[in-house]
Design a binder for this molecule. Structure first.
Ligand SMILES: Cc1ncc(COP(=O)(O)O)c(C=O)c1O
Length: 392
């Protein structure tokens, strides 16, 4: 390997949200990575910073071309320049689009368990969340299409918020599934907002399929949010793109992003995508190998050492979704117990509306840190099980 993902970089005292924790605590929650980004990207950003003038900034041609070329080369999807809009993040884009493209009290369908902030973007804007619960069958998540269609057919439903690949379960939706979703949404006049921020973090040898690339109906009836921030660990730069192939929808989305003042880049947000997509590819491919080695290591370790927790296998993201329903007790309490007893901080599945029984672990860290986290998990779970038995 050319890049050293084993290297430990201290993130304390850098303002990192994830690391704003106690001295002996180990955060494996917030979805960013404990790796420095690609040296080629750091160099590109350094050059801009050392210029020394940080005035108002516009996108340049390279920004559009970087997205276009990357999606064509990596994901086999032809994006046209005019389809692309800048936004200061995927979450600001989702909130703005919910506001602009739906009306208060309407329903937005989300497939749960799902990225918790989706609920904020819907509820904070006075819309309702309609949950289409994913079904876990023999370790694999599937969509309950009967339920989905019922919810999309509700006259008060105006949007489906899709997560592709899906956080937290790490699923890449296949072409047939996406096409079927596209057909049902078209039939019931429901707009699809597809969050594809995790799309470059697939297992080596696997590919994600952009929703808009699947059919004419999917293309015309969708808005897609993408960014280099998850894959290249640039989330703090606040940069994303919104892809809107349909001209009428695009006009409205563009108005919404501008009205909400989330349509203008800071100096680094303007150049980071080109730095990442043009120079970061070799780093990303090594990162994916490393992350999926981490995943294999964690899955084997947990399966061997902890009876009662089943890791859900996944082909995308660096998030490990742990099915803890075989343990005694309650997973929210376990999450609190792990932090208090071992210092390990995981995310409680309830945040994602999991129905109870799941935890999420962020695997994007050097192997030594992962080993530390797994040891804490084993000792914490054992102690929690003892404590539950004694309490009874
Ligand atoms: C599915 C999903 N969408 C969006 C985001 C955040 O996007 P941004 O930082 O661009 O607002 C995350 C972060 O974890 C995520 O998992």
């Amino acid at each position: 390997m050319k890049y050293d993902f084993d290297e430990i970089t201290d993130r304390r005292n850098t303002g990192a949200m994830k690391w704003n924790v106690g001295e002996d605590e180990l955060p494996m929650w917030v979805a960013d990575m404990d790796f420095q980004t690609a040296p080629e990207i750091i160099e590109g950003l350094n050059q801009r910073v050392s210029h020394g003038i940080y005035g108002y900034t516009e996108l340049n041609e390279q920004w559009y071309e970087a997205y276009r070329a990357w999606w064509q080369k990596r994901h086999g999807f032809e994006i046209q320049k005019e389809w692309l809009l800048f936004c200061t993040g995927v979450v600001p884009a989702i909130s703005s689009i919910v506001r602009k493209m739906t009306t208060p009290a309407e329903n937005v369908v989300a497939m749960t368990p799902v990225y918790n902030i989706f609920f904020n973007s819907i509820l904070n804007n006075g819309r309702n969340v309609l949950e289409n619960r994913l079904v876990l069958k023999e370790g694999n998540y599937e969509i309950d299409f009967e339920d989905l269609e019922k919810k999309l057919a509700d006259p008060q439903t105006s949007m489906l918020l899709l997560c592709n690949p899906h956080n937290p379960v790490g699923k890449i939706w296949d072409r047939d599934t996406l096409e079927r979703i596209g057909e049902i949404c078209w039939k019931h006049h429901v707009l699809v907002l597809s969050d594809e921020i995790h799309c470059d973090l697939t297992a080596p040898g696997t590919e994600y399929i952009p929703f808009a690339s699947v059919s004419e109906k999917c293309r015309k009836n969708s808005i897609t949010c993408v960014a280099p921030t998850k894959a290249f660990n640039l989330a703090g730069l606040q940069t994303a793109a919104v892809i809107v192939p349909d001209e009428n929808i695009r006009y409205k989305v563009n108005r919404g992003l501008n009205t909400d003042e989330v349509a203008e880049p800071n100096i680094l947000a303007a150049i980071a995508p080109a730095a990442a997509f043009e120079k970061g590819e070799p780093w990303l491919d090594e990162l994916r190998e490393y992350l999926f080695e981490n995943r294999r290591y964690a899955e084997n370790f947990i399966t061997d050492q902890i009876e009662g927790i089943r890791p859900v296998s996944a082909d995308a993201t660096y998030l490990l979704w742990l099915d803890c329903r075989g343990l005694l007790g309650n997973s929210s309490e376990l999450c609190r117990f792990l932090r208090a007893y071992t210092g390990l901080i995981l995310s409680d599945g309830r945040e994602y509306r999991d129905g109870g029984g799941f935890l999420r672990m962020n695997l994007a860290c050097p192997r030594a840190r992962l080993e530390d986290g797994l040891k804490r998990l084993v000792s914490g779970v054992r102690e929690y099980q003892r404590w539950i038995v004694e309490r009874c």
